[in-house]
Design a protein around this ligand. Structure first.
Ligand code: 1YM
Length: 674
């Protein structure tokens, strides 16, 4: 680290302030500066100071940062950088430290040249933090001395910067206490901080970040104490560290490590993680800017893709120009490689979607002048980023494919599979969706239809298993209730594409029985039953089938969910017989209550547990699950379509544990219709 620091010149020159303004605007309209005064805004205060330390690390001047949550709602951020300059600023006649703490110095560069690709407005956030704090203490080790200045009530200095002693160290320590007049709730979330700072650690290779939650520490913590940081005169509190939660991040691999982290629950298809980091020089005539580009990627055995984008270390959930450039370059590079390699049976006409399947990629760009689309910085607008990523990535990735034949082969195979699946899915979908494809189909033989032709009084029970189906047929009300049995495990939901599922005989039966057709020809007025009731066993297979059905309805028959036509049956878990009295119990909570009131099997009560629908006879099934007078149905709703879509995607992926959890948590959600 030291050698790195020495190669850079100390570029501070205190004469380039552009706009100076007091802190009043920040206190008047905090939302303008930190978004909200809720918990998110509160955490923003930490990010603002942390960004200063991170920029110092990006510039090569620091490599260690410490964030400490202290008792009394105080937060301390420490870095081993150059230290904020403390000399008198020629324009403001007060120290540079005081100037940047007490003025909104808009206009970006302040002080020296800053760093080529800093987070943007250099050091601007620190005054925002000061304005919104009740108390702040700034300590600087620099120029052979240890300097301190304190501020109160929204950034008012208590005194000038004081030199409190000698120091051969360098670095900055900021301790602040957010102002309760601004923030109605002050409660920092350790996990939020850890998650945010972990991402940051990936983005600046070789930067160590330690986060310490010392809020619960009961001993004394002095003002100047640094917990962990090297280089600073840390009153090493190893004893404290051992007693409170802490976490340290350091990723030598940068984005390469981030890709590995994102893929931690996945099965990689090739060994090497591709990685490139390079500065793309703008052509001088066009007057564009240089762009720093970093990309890391690896393919895994999954059908979805994970694309993570950053611009100047700001996360862009909606992507933007860098991602556009990346996608174009990825498709072109893989297709070119395939053509050049002259692979048998592969023509190199992959689409963008083909090459994205299974991909985990992180793209990070750094620009001097950055533009986002919209207020939230969620999408990068700077056009230069597109060409920069395209050029840097395609060049390096072509080389990677050539130099690593095994990895290249695995990647091409994955795209090949995706292409085949896409074509097959399209053909299958076309044939299923083709106008009238289902029109001529007669009702499936398995369906025991009801007598009524009025949809409003008709119900369709989709029942798991032939045997339960048979029982339901015997027990039902023939006039209004139709039964369609589904054979055992109809289809492996895992990894099955919905398009392909539609070609399955069993699913087709469901579609034909509904009567609405599907796709372009879908017509809700043709729905043959106004209650569609999924009835499965209360076990893993049953939950599996429920999930499959929910997926099918969600993707292809959304209107049936929106219209409130879809339900899940609630068969009882227990039957309790006491003398001639029979009682059914539907949940474990109910059972616990029953036992509390009656005592276990007291008075000769006989408790029978139902493992599946098939264990009930026709009369019991009618009484408990089908009789509109007594049954419990759960209506399926889509509260938040977007959220649901995400979950379904997850269900179709390879992460089995995530899918299981979902099935267990959600299959039986929704409102009661008793
Ligand atoms: C815990 C917070 O603020 N570190 C920090 C800030 C600065 C510097 C170093 C720094 C920058 C420069 C020169 C330069 C800042 N300085 C300024 C300004 N940590 C934290 N560490 N020397 C030191 O940019 O040239 C703004 S931020 F403007 F005063 F130079």
């Amino acid at each position: 680290m030291a050698s790195k620091k020495e190669t850079k010149k100390n570029s501070y020159g205190a004469d380039s302030i552009q706009v100076l303004e007091g802190l009043d605007p920040v206190r008047k309209r905090p939302g303008m500066y930190i978004g909200t005064t809720g918990l998110e805004g509160l955490h923003h205060l930490i990010w603002e100071i942390f960004d200063n330390s991170r920029d110092e690390a990006m510039g090569g001047f620091a490599d260690d940062i410490e964030v400490v949550l202290l008792p009394g709602n105080r937060v301390r951020v420490v870095d081993n950088g150059r230290g904020i300059p403390v000399d008198i600023h020629p324009k403001t006649k007060v120290s540079t430290l005081e100037t940047i703490m007490t003025t909104l110095h808009a206009g970006g560069k302040f002080g020296g040249d800053g760093y080529k690709f800093s987070g943007g407005l250099h050091g601007v956030g620190i005054s925002v933090m000061n304005a919104l704090s009740r108390r702040v203490r700034a300590e600087v080790h620099r120029d052979g001395a240890y300097h301190v200045q304190e501020y109160k009530e929204g950034g008012k200095p208590l005194a000038k910067v004081k030199k409190l002693g000698k120091s051969d160290k360098h670095g900055t320590i900021i301790t602040f206490e957010a102002d309760p007049l601004i923030f109605p709730e002050i409660e920092y979330n350790f996990k939020t901080i850890v998650d945010h700072l972990r991402q940051q650690a990936y983005l600046v290779r070789g930067m160590r970040i330690t986060i310490i939650d010392a809020r619960g520490y009961e001993g004394e913590i002095k003002d100047t104490e640094v917990f962990y940081l090297r280089d600073l005169p840390s009153i090493k509190q190893e004893s404290i560290i051992a007693k409170v939660p802490s976490q340290t991040f350091y990723f030598d691999g940068g984005l390469k490590s981030l890709v590995a982290f994102e893929n931690r629950h996945q099965k990689p298809l090739h060994k090497r993680v591709f990685h490139i980091e390079k500065e793309h020089k703008a052509t001088s005539e066009s007057g564009q800017q240089d762009v720093q580009v970093e990309v890391a990627l690896q393919y895994v055995d999954d059908i979805s893709s994970r694309i993570v984008a950053y611009a100047n270390n700001i996360y862009n959930p909606e992507g933007g120009m860098h991602i556009t450039g990346f996608k174009t370059a990825l498709t072109r590079t893989i297709n070119n490689f395939v053509k050049k390699a002259n692979m048998k049976g592969i023509d190199g006409n992959f689409t963008g979607d083909d090459v994205l399947e299974g991909l985990t990629v992180v793209v990070s760009v750094k620009l001097q002048e950055i533009q986002f689309e919209g207020q939230t910085k969620s999408k990068l607008g700077s056009v230069e980023a597109r060409a920069a990523v395209d050029t840097v990535f395609s060049e390096a990735f072509a080389e990677f494919l050539e130099e690593n034949p095994a990895d290249a082969k695995a990647i091409i195979n994955k795209s090949m599979l995706a292409m085949r699946a896409r074509k097959a899915a399209k053909a299958a979908k076309d044939s299923v969706l083709r106008k009238g494809a289902l029109d001529g189909m007669t009702l499936p033989g398995k369906l025991a239809d009801c007598q009524s032709k009025s949809a409003s009084e008709s119900e369709l029970f989709i029942v798991e298993g032939d045997s339960a189906g048979g029982t339901a047929k015997t027990g039902r009300d023939r006039k209004t209730q139709a039964i369609l049995p589904l054979r055992g495990k109809i289809l492996n939901v895992e990894r099955a594409r919905l398009d392909r599922m539609l070609t399955s005989e069993q699913i087709k039966n469901v579609v034909v029985a509904l009567g609405t057709a599907i796709g372009d020809t879908f017509d809700i007025s043709k729905l043959r039953y106004h209650k569609i009731i999924i009835a499965t066993d209360a076990d893993v297979d049953g939950e599996h089938i429920q999930t499959l059905m929910l997926t099918l309805f969600y993707r292809y028959f959304r209107e049936l969910i929106d219209g409130g036509f879809l339900y899940i049956a609630q068969p009882p878990l227990y039957k309790i017989k006491k003398g001639k009295k029979v009682e059914y119990i539907y949940t474990e909570t109910e059972k616990a209550e029953y036992e509390k009131v009656n005592g276990p099997s007291e008075g000769g009560a006989n408790i029978q547990r139902y493992k599946g629908l098939g264990e009930m006879n026709a009369e019991e099934l009618w009484e408990t699950t089908m009789d509109p007078e007594h049954r419990i149905l759960k209506q399926v709703t889509v509260e938040d379509g977007r959220e649901a879509d995400k979950v379904f995607d997850m269900l179709m992926g390879t992460d089995v544990s995530g899918r299981k959890t979902f099935i267990q948590n959600h299959a039986k959600e929704a409102t009661l219709d008793i």
